[in-house]
Design a protein around this ligand. Structure first.
Ligand code: NAD
Ligand code: ZN
Length: 351
């Protein structure tokens, strides 16, 4: 779990006092990985840059990649005499995962691709801080850093992955475009549906999942896009992330990973594209999802897979089926009897 967290509108102003005791010396900088959307934005003025500290803007048009992590690690190793005091990620799930992975690869040898899987990271990473600027993924609280690798999209799941410190400031999510607010928010909603309807469910996951679900309903069925909703969605994301920490996601994520791997469809919208066709698996959850789309006037694109050839389709099906824990959570130990490549292809063809 994340050992330290501050919360509240404006709490980013505490960053200086949070970082000060963690600064090893004036030559050991803090490295800020910042979503390029904030270039020239007033938010940068709130970052307490001192001494050798460095801001690196990251374009998030594509989701983070293992080779991108390797390049950033090489850059930090080549450009600074001292090992950095810490890595700070300021942005959405893409940046948060990138920051976690860079912190781990600064102290663990090899490529980030070597650590895609479960418990492969052996040493603690550099001190790392997560500051989310959009709510939903739960990446601020989770034990994984999801990366696209040469062979798969899979997280670096380990006890060393979670942030050492998280700063939850609901003011930072104010400028998120409406459609993205919805897609990333739905990632949280779908985490809840998959966790609460999964066979891995237990009292720990249920307690967090139910709270996150309640908050998602308040935000997306009854709320306006105001500070109250931003506060609620920030905490929904946190609780949703905690819920899947001790359970798993399910069918929507398995299929969404295939879409993302082949077509580069981004996580939030990818989940939505898949989820609307999953009423056989999650009837109540999908019905409510349609209600939320309607209320927020979201019209999802169609025919995403219409140009996919047979080889591409086989790749997507293979990626989706390879995520065995997700299927087992969704359908139980005998999931292989219930899911065929044809069934998955049929779902992809609808998207
Ligand atoms: P994102 O980080 O890719 O950001 C989405 C878009 O929103 C970007 O264009 C970004 O520039 C913009 N944005 C973010 N904050 C903004 C702000 N305050 N104002 C204006 N624009 C803003 O999207 P995401 O949905 O947060 O994250 C998706 C990533 O998270 C995927 O790579 C996915 O694999 C990963 N993920 C990780 C976990 C985990 O537990 N580690 C869980 C779910 C998803
Ligand atoms: Zn997700």
């Amino acid at each position: 779990m994340v050992p330290r967290v501050v919360y509240g509108p404006g709490c980013i102003d505490q960053l200086d006092s949070i970082l000060m005791p963690k600064r090893r010396n004036t030559e050991a900088p803090f490295i800020y990985l910042v979503d390029a959307v904030f270039e020239d934005k007033p938010l940068l003025g709130k970052l307490p840059l001192r001494f050798e500290d460095r801001l690196i803007f990251i374009d998030t048009t594509e989701e983070p990649k293992t080779e991108q992590v390797d390049r950033l690690v090489a850059l930090l190793q080549d450009n600074f005499e001292e090992i950095p005091s810490g890595i700070i990620g300021l942005g959405g799930g893409s940046i948060l995962d990138l920051a976690k992975a860079v912190a781990l690869l600064m102290t663990n040898p090899g490529s980030a691709a070597d650590y895609q899987g479960w418990d492969l990271v052996k040493r603690p990473g550099l001190y790392h801080v997560g500051i989310p600027t959009i709510s939903g993924t739960g990446a601020e609280v989770s034990r994984t850093a999801v990366l696209m690798g040469p062979e798969k999209k899979l997280g670096l799941n380990s006890d060393h992955t979670p942030f050492d410190q998280v700063v939850l400031d609901p003011e930072l999510t104010e400028g998120v475009p409406n459609h993205q607010w919805f897609y990333t928010g739905m990632d949280c909603y779908i985490h809840c549906v998959e966790s609460l309807n999964g066979t891995y469910l237990n009292a720990f996951s249920q307690s967090y999942g139910e709270k996150a679900m309640e908050l998602c309903k308040e935000v997306f069925l009854n709320g306006e896009r105001d500070l109250a909703s931003r506060e609620k969605l920030m905490m929904a994301s946190w609780h949703g992330g905690m819920s899947i920490a001790y359970s798993q996601v399910g069918v929507a994520h398995a299929l969404s990973y295939g879409l993302s791997f082949l077509l580069g469809v981004r996580h939030g919208i990818g989940n939505c594209l898949v989820f609307r066709h999953l009423s056989d698996f999650y009837p109540e959850g999908v019905a409510l999802f349609h209600e939320m789309c309607e209320k927020h006037k979201i019209v999802l694109p169609k025919d995403i897979c219409s140009q996919v050839d047979d080889a591409g389709m086989q790749t997507m099906v293979k990626v989706a089926l390879s995520l065995e824990p997700l299927w087992e959570n969704a359908l139980g130990a005998d999931w292989k009897k219930q899911v065929s490549p044809e069934l998955i292809e049929g779902l992809y063809r609808k998207i």
